[in-house]
Design a protein around this ligand. Structure first.
Ligand code: BGC
Length: 441
């Protein structure tokens, strides 16, 4: 029974976890990330060749979801598996995804399906990838969305079109993610194409299945000036904030491609039945430093304790609240789902604290009237963390990558308790009595 001190979430709230095909399935060797990995670009020379072998172990992993009392799960369908060649459908791969969805439904877990989570078929990239906006080229993506929506109609109600357009753009700026380029003009073009693909996915799914709920996933990046007293740092930070957040929001609201002066794409307007929000950390920016974006963890509070290993991401629970508010102000007329939130750390008690601090902020936003209907922790299992390889561990469940053995972490047990009671129970809150964690800017 609920206690007076419990922080209770709205009835019917979805408690889930999120993953992406390439990061867990193994064997996704028909996409651009695989090419990128083969160039030796990944930390420790890791690759996603085997990853968590989820393609073969999905039933075991869905049982883990059940053990964690999850009633929702966000996964992606790998385009390069369904269409390994242009126009050639791999029926076996499609059936495999249908089996996965059926297994989720059997366990009474609501699936959210993402159509583009960072990976693209090699053949499509050879035809220009995100830098080609020809109608016939984009038709291939439409065909993929059409096949998925027709196949999953009646089984899947929620679709995420694109995962994090602004992060896709980074693959053309920093050179550290696929396709590993450093060209601002190309980055702007790729971002624009990604937004057009969102509109294509939205309209295609809705024409097949008008009852489906479709929405993009935006990663809200909170930016801070490296030196709060420097006008240059502040200006640069405001510009970066616009590139990461403002331009995406404007694109969806006004039908303009991000960072492009002359563009009008009315097909982008009203293309979200809900908005997906991912939130992880903040970055500090300065034009004067070698690396424009400074890892938050040269901040002594978090950095010295080694809590945010490998990625250098410092949590910022209040930033989560700000991110939610930002998106709510822009899209107050539609529901919101937190489609990703988590931390890569080897210190599981730190993960628990960070989780609880973020959920408190989420609850605060709900009590202030934001219509948030679900939360997806990233991730159920430790997995392939893109250019950082297997080092950052985001899972609620530990994976031994040598044996593929899964072991539920304490944070997993805490999450299971939260999901079961649809609340932050007083018993858990008492274990973490400190103030919300505040970074020092
Ligand atoms: C991405 C995930 C990734 C996570 C942690 C998000 O930006 O959608 O694929 O694993 O961040 O880095």
């Amino acid at each position: 029974m609920a206690q007076k001190e419990d922080i209770v979430f709205p009835k019917g709230f979805l408690w889930g976890t999120a993953t992406a095909a390439h990061q867990i399935e193994g064997g996704t060797t028909n996409n651009n990330w695989w090419l990128f990995e083969k160039e030796g670009t990944i930390k420790n020379n890791d690759s996603a060749l085997v990853a968590c072998d989820h393609w073969n172990r999905f039933k075991q992993d869905f049982d883990l979801l059940k053990k964690l009392n999850c009633n929702a799960y966000r996964m992606s369908i790998e385009w390069s598996r369904i269409f390994p060649q242009p126009g050639t459908l791999d029926k076996k791969a499609l059936d495999h995804y249908v089996t996965m969805i059926n297994e989720l439904l059997k366990r009474k877990i609501t699936p959210f399906v993402t159509l583009f989570h960072f990976t693209l078929p090699i053949w499509w990239c050879n035809e220009g990838g995100l830098l080609n906006r020809d109608k016939e080229h984009l038709e291939h993506f439409k065909q993929f969305c059409d096949v998925v929506a027709k196949t999953l109609k009646g089984k899947v109600k929620f679709y995420n079109t694109i995962n994090e357009p602004s992060i896709v753009m980074l693959g053309y700026i920093t050179g550290t993610s696929a396709p590993g380029q450093k060209n601002m003009l190309k980055a702007i073009k790729a971002l624009g194409t990604t937004m057009l693909m969102h509109a294509i996915a939205y309209h295609t799914i809705k024409s097949v299945d008008p009852d489906a709920k479709v929405g993009i996933v935006h990663n809200v990046q909170i930016t801070k000036p490296y030196n709060p007293n420097s006008i240059m740092d502040k200006l640069f930070t405001a510009f970066a904030d616009y590139c990461f957040n403002g331009a995406i929001i404007r694109s969806l609201k006004k039908g303009k491609l991000p960072l492009q002066i002359f563009s009008s794409h009315r097909e982008l307007i009203n293309t979200n039945d809900f908005i997906g929000v991912n939130f992880y950390n903040f970055i500090r920016l300065s034009l004067r430093l070698k690396d424009l974006a400074v890892p938050a963890t040269d901040n002594p509070v978090c950095g010295k304790k080694g809590l945010c290993v490998s990625l250098g991401w410092e949590p910022y629970p209040e930033g989560f609240y700000l991110a939610i508010k930002l998106m709510h102000n822009a899209f107050s007329h539609i529901p919101m789902y937190i489609t990703e939130n988590g931390i890569g750390t080897n210190d599981d008690s730190w993960r628990q604290r960070v989780l609880i601090d973020h959920l408190k902020m989420l609850h605060k936003a709900i009590t202030e009237g934001v219509d948030i209907r679900g939360y997806f922790y990233w991730s159920i299992i430790d997995n392939f963390e893109w250019e950082h390889g297997y080092e950052p561990r985001f899972g609620l469940v530990h994976v031994d990558f040598k044996t593929q053995k899964r072991t539920i972490k304490h944070s997993g047990m805490v999450y299971a308790q939260i999901a079961k009671s649809n609340a932050l129970p007083a018993t858990i809150l008492k274990k973490f009595p400190e103030e919300i964690y505040k970074p020092q800017f």
